[in-house]
Write a protein that binds this ligand. Sequence first.
Ligand code: NAD
Ligand code: UGA
Length: 434
Amino acid sequence: MTITVIGAGYVGLVTAAVFSELGNKVYCVDISEERVNSLKKGKVPFFEPQLPEYLKRNIEEKRLFFTTSYSESVPKSQIVFICVGTPPTNNGEADLSYLFSAVEESARNFKGYTLITIKSTVPIGYEDDLEAIVKKYAKNNFEFAASPEFLKEGTAIEDTMHPDRIVIGTNSQKAQKMLLELHAPISGERIICDMRSAQLIKYASNAFLATKISYVNALAILCENMGADVGKVLSGVGADKRIGNAFMKPGVGYGGSCLPKDVTAFIAQADSFNYDFQLLRSVDAVNNTQIERFINKIRKALDAQEGKRTNLDGLTIAILGLAFKPNTDDIRDAPSIKIIKHLLDLKAKIVAYDPQTNENMKKVLPQVSYMEDAYKALQKADAMVLVTEWSEFSQMDFEKIKKIMKKPIIIDGRNMFDREKLKSLGFSYTGVGR
Ligand code: NAD
Ligand code: UGA
């Protein structure tokens, strides 16, 4: 098949890479000329394991093409995948301006039957608006489908090649057949449904994942208050197969470009469909208090070492891990940004290290000193604060760290380190829910 993918971001590039790998001819269109030019040279604009190899191979095999021109690609394509961003507006709803303009530009260029398949996460209820946009340019020779994306950054290729499910939301038999054929080489359960149900599956899934995280974060607070160990509690809870262990790690709260925005957009949608989604409001509220709680933890650890209320003015805090999670250089809605801003307001000096995001973070927080490894960041630091659990941090030499830090204080926002070992080395250790 010949297909066009609109938007060369995380979802668009991975979709284009996977469908070209499976033998289709794929055009990937983006409005950013800079992005398209560097992609043509095989340069990927962000860090995502396996993606560079997939793109390079398929560009070389002449199955994958990058362009800023809809007219070069859409007329040749049977399916157009819309993968543009749907970021949050100030009131928490989804901003659909990129979606509308991508659909309009596509429609201007339809030639023959075209199936517009929406992969972007889009609220329910805009079918008529989308149809009206297309009808300005094309008469009847088009159909819509929703096929939401469930990939996780850091394992995006793997998730797309081996997904748990493929959701195909359309009432058209022809569209169903085309999408089933295109996905035939990919494993995973097929969920065939109408467009609204498909879009709801996406929001309901992300909101449920966020709910699990806020639940375990709330449980972690209770464990601290009650003197229990959240690690043990969750291994007992997760052992029940009906509950499971996945997405049950307490920490500094969920971040990233999707869970936070999709939770607030889902609450707004529920409102507009006459339901006050109180459960999700609480999920969001729990997440919003996580950062402040974590700052209090840092303050408490410093106070305990000094035996009095500490003034952070003049203290150096080393932050390890800045990306919103490991194996990505994405810092959109990263908890690290909020944590650092709080600490800067308290006049602390911040030294930081992340294996992938130092360069991205420099643009957002230029006041921070970025180091090229963890040891350099920890040199003469008054405290270590672990925010993102990159696996390289688990290999660190803590005897060496004890010697180079000014004070042996560790605040572990992800329960990554061995508490007993660190205590035996003379560190003051604070985790989450322990
Ligand atoms: P992104 O910001 O990484 O990429 C969007 C791309 O679209 C950008 O390169 C931008 O230049 C381009 N673009 C914007 N308007 C355009 C237009 N009119 N024509 C052509 N290109 C245009 O976004 P993303 O993270 O890939 O997310 C895309 C959608 O997929 C969102 O709705 C998101 O919620 C959803 N989603 C994201 C992920 C993820 O892990 N990032 C996973 C599943 C679903
Ligand atoms: C999330 C979903 O997992 C994907 O299925 C979905 O496709 C995607 O959003 C999307 O719609 O964009 P992603 O944002 O890449 O994927 O990251 P996650 O792995 O879900 O992590 C999100 C946040 O939750 C991170 O800040 C992470 O540190 C945090 N988290 C995750 C926890 O605090 N505890 C956990 O147990 C798991």
